[in-house]
Ligand binder design. Structure first.
Ligand code: TTP
Ligand code: MG
Length: 436
């Protein structure tokens, strides 16, 4: 496939090049002909799965296919997502379930199966990584791809590779995606959202400025409700209005955010795609202001770090089978100690107690300048922390931790402090922490 063949675009269903003025594909009759003056030049893409959780549920239960489907938790819970049929009735993500069912009483409600969605998300990601290593995942169902320089490898320009990819996801995984193609991250992400589901939108360099001028300021990454209200109070509602202001003026008014407004409103976005391979471990460590030797000082820090690691595992819905303790002595020697668990865990309490056993052996009077804790051998959270009948105490602690988690979810992180974390030990100022 050479570049010239795509002068008039191509069919997204059968990938046949289109002829000048074709409204439908000559080969298959599909109306999904994609054309754009910059089609063969653009290489930055954002791909986002359509109604992701709901699409996976429909795939796995064909009876749901033509019904409005809401994925979410219990009657008092909120909507995680709704399929596009349910959205016609006004159902949206994060809506309280009772409201969603008011809007769409005949909807089928499905409880989320996170483990399954993580698995499908990973499959989609692996298919992306087969196109290019330059894949930057943003969440479970979306990623940026930089396909520049891959034309020779694929024998086709990025636009066609992406359409082929969308088709392949439908055929092999059984869900649909929407693609945004542009020259920068900002507009690629905007584009992927433009004609969902099964969308493919292109925003070229030549049209970016004019396109943006008609959009609301909220389209800009980082402009949430509160900031939009500030801008509105200053008479700025459209990106076009931002485009009339000098950079200095925007920065004087809004600081670094003003700089972003200046650039993004003009379609100037230098951010590159940063490939992230899957983490091999999740850890958190801290360097003390003054070296510490005693368990009394080290234990509260270990507890706080364990909670941090656990929070990250829970957020990513993963667990680790091996707990790793890291210490750096006052003379900069690193000690790492590992312990493998019977089952993977994501509970702060298990991470902490396993770490504590190892720490007790090391706390022989040596002065330490750094303490870290983490888990490796990562797996899906599904197999983690089975009810531990042998160790009733630890089971009870796990249940307590579940209760604390839901309280925190309701009332915020600071709502519940466990005994050990409270006050962060005796290190004086809060330690410098870093996650890995
Ligand atoms: P999104 O990509 O925002 O939404 P979506 O894929 O369901 O729909 P579309 O992209 O077609 O607009 O989020 C991906 C998944 O993340 C979604 O399927 C469910 C989950 N999610 C929540 O659990 N709560 C939320 O508030 C949102 C927005 C998403
Ligand atoms: Mg999505």
């Amino acid at each position: 496939m050479t570049v010239n063949v795509l002068t008039h675009g191509f069919c997204r269903d059968c990938l046949t090049p289109a002829g000048a003025g074709d409204r439908r594909c000559r080969a298959c009759g599909s109306p999904r002909v994609l054309r754009h003056p910059e089609l063969v030049e653009l290489s930055l893409a954002h791909i986002d799965c359509d109604a992701f959780y709901a699409a996976v549920e429909k795939r796995d239960n064909p009876e749901l296919r033509d019904k409005p489907v809401i994925v979410g938790g219990g009657k008092r819970g909120v909507v995680s997502t709704a399929c596009y049929i349910a959205r016609i009735h006004g159902v949206r993500s994060a809506m309280p379930m009772f409201k969603a069912l008011d809007a769409c009483p005949h909807a089928v409600v499905v409880k989320p199966d996170m483990e399954k969605y993580v698995r499908v998300g990973r499959q989609v990601r692996e298919m992306m990584q087969a196109l290019t290593p330059m894949v930057e995942p943003l969440s479970i169902d979306e990623a940026f791809l930089d396909l520049s320089g891959t034309e020779r490898l694929h024998g086709a320009p990025p636009a066609l590779v992406l359409a082929r990819f969308a088709r392949q996801v439908e055929q092999e995984i059984g869900i649909t995606v929407s693609v945004g193609l542009s020259y920068c991250k900002f507009l690629a992400k905007v584009a992927s959202d433009m004609n969902k589901p099964r969308g493919f939108s292109v925003i070229g360099k030549a049209e970016a400025f004019a396109f943006l001028s008609g959009q609301p300021v909220t389209l800009i990454w980082g402009v949430g409700k509160a900031f939009a209200a500030t801008l509105a109070a200053d008479g700025l509602r459209s990106i076009g209005q931002l485009q009339t202001l000098e950079r200095n003026e925007l920065m004087r008014r809004y600081g670094t955010m003003g700089d972003r407004l200046y650039h993004l409103s003009r379609g100037l976005d230098e951010r590159t795609v940063k490939p992230r391979s899957e983490a091999k471990s999740v850890s958190s460590e801290t360097t003390f202001d003054t070296d510490l030797a005693g368990l009394d000082d080290l234990v509260p820090v270990l507890r706080a770090l364990s909670e941090r690691v656990s929070a990250r595992l829970k957020k990513a819905d993963i667990a680790g089978r091996t707990v790793v303790l890291k210490l750096k002595t006052a003379d900069f020697r690193i000690r790492t100690r590992n312990r493998q668990l019977g089952d993977p865990t994501r509970l702060a309490d298990r991470i902490f107690h396993t770490g504590l056993e190892m720490l007790k052996r090391e706390a022989d009077g040596t002065r330490f300048r750094l303490l870290g804790i983490g888990v490796s051998d990562l797996t899906d959270a599904g197999k983690a922390d089975p009810p531990d009948l042998v160790d009733r105490l630890s089971h009870k602690r796990a249940l307590a931790e579940g209760a604390i988690d839901s309280l925190r979810e309701k009332f915020g992180k600071q709502a519940v402090e466990t005994g050990y974390t409270f006050g962060r030990g005796r290190t004086g100022r809060p330690p410098r922490e870093s996650d890995g």
